[in-house]
Design a protein around this ligand. Structure first.
Ligand code: ZN
Length: 399
């Protein structure tokens, strides 16, 4: 990683002086302006020289939209692009800026960009997630207090119109959610399989295409419910995906091996005493460099916890460093829960965020992922969970 040469006395003294609370600041400067600025709405398609009628809709799922919807999506993508550019110019700490326009089922839209206040994830969030939270708040605000207790909010995201600050349509990553955002989209309540990611692509001939992909394509297993049953693992079927079958043959792994790993992980799950606050227990086993590493979910609070597969993988990484090679990740856990109103929700057990993190360096698209549902032990690959063609390449630098 590129480290900025900040560690000299001059910079440190200046930094301290700038961050000190000063009583001499002009009071007017400290107050927020309450004056709204109304600007005439720009015609963005004209500004960028895009003629919606000439834009081809590209979708491997053959998604049909009207000309009106097409023009609207193009405009929403361009709004995202403009916001991302502003965010970049303003000094976002990442050397790239993304923005997303969230379209809800009721026809309303909300725009958000990434917020990187530091170089680490403590105060960083992507455009997709800021827009989702903003859209949720906007919808909630539109309801009266009385309605909020009697009528469901029906917060359903239909579109994510995405772009980054780079020349419109030139960067494929402009519309590829990262593993953290995908882990949000992997949840059931506010997103459906047909929630669509829309982006613009500039073709070699200078013309534009409107790319539409559903999140069902990005996350083929997003609806899966995981179980740990009392009945022995031996009584479950072992279902191996096509990709996993090829990898298993190369690694010389057989059904008995998967059964053994699943049994070990289930035992770890049963023994875990540390997931005692959130109501969800998960255990994971990571096989790296021919060795088995274990991880149990550790709850710090209802929503803060140690993700067990990342925990197990970190033990392997600590031991083998850059030579760590993760062959297999096995999960054991229950994903269903009921909320305070008694409605069922699916929390997920296989962490998309962890698979995405590990796939960048210590695992790869052929790493096997084992989980179980109500009648089978499922053996797949990371590529099955996060198809390579939709992979976000997190290669950007930090300012
Ligand atoms: Zn993201």
């Amino acid at each position: 990683m590129k480290i900025n040469p900040v560690f000299n006395n001059y910079n440190i003294v200046n930094f301290k002086a700038n961050t000190k609370n000063s009583k001499n600041n002009n009071v007017a400067e400290k107050k927020y302006s309450l004056i709204k600025c109304f600007k005439e709405k720009e015609n963005l398609t004209e500004k960028y020289g895009i003629i919606p009628d000439e834009v081809k809709v590209v979708s491997s799922e053959n998604i049909q939209i009207s000309d009106e919807e097409k023009a609207l999506l193009i405009e929403k993508i361009l709004e995202s692009h403009e916001l991302a550019k502003k965010n970049y110019n303003f000094g976002n700490i990442a050397r790239i800026s993304f923005a997303t326009n969230i379209g809800l089922a009721d026809g309303s839209w909300y725009l958000g960009t990434n917020f990187n206040n530091t170089r680490n994830d403590i105060s960083s969030i992507c455009g997709e997630r800021t827009a989702i939270v903003g859209a949720y708040n906007k919808l909630l605000k539109s309801r009266s207090l009385k309605e909020s207790s009697s009528t469901p909010l029906n917060f359903k995201v239909k579109y994510l119109a995405m772009a980054n600050h780079k020349d419109i349509g030139t960067d494929k990553n402009g519309a590829s959610p990262c593993a953290e955002c995908l882990s949000w989209l992997n949840t059931q309540r506010y997103f459906d399989n047909d929630t669509t990611i829309a982006s613009l692509e500039k073709n070699k001939n200078g013309k534009y295409s409107l790319r539409l992909n559903t999140i069902g394509q990005y996350l083929p297993y997003r609806n899966e419910v995981n179980y740990v049953l009392d009945k022995p693992c031996e009584e479950l079927d072992i279902k191996i995906s096509k990709n996993a079958l090829e990898v298993a043959a190369l690694k010389k792994m057989k059904k008995e091996d998967f059964l053994k790993i699943a049994k070990q992980t289930k035992k770890l799950y049963k023994e875990n005493q540390l997931a005692n606050v959130s109501g969800q227990n998960i255990a994971a086993i990571v096989i790296a460099n021919g060795e088995t590493f274990t991880g149990q979910k550790i709850d710090f609070s209802k929503r803060w916890f140690m993700e067990p597969a990342l925990y197990a993988a970190s033990k392997a990484i600590e031991k083998y460093g850059n030579d760590t090679k993760i062959d297999c990740i096995c999960y054991s856990g229950n994903s269903l829960y009921t909320d305070t109103y008694g409605a069922f929700h699916n929390d997920g057990v296989v962490s998309i965020k962890t698979l995405g993190f590990l796939e960048t360096k210590y695992a790869d698209r052929n790493t096997l992922v084992i989980s179980s549902d109500n009648d089978s032990i499922n053996v797949r690959t990371i590529d099955d969970y996060l198809p390579q063609k939709f992979k976000f390449h997190q290669t950007y630098e930090i300012k």
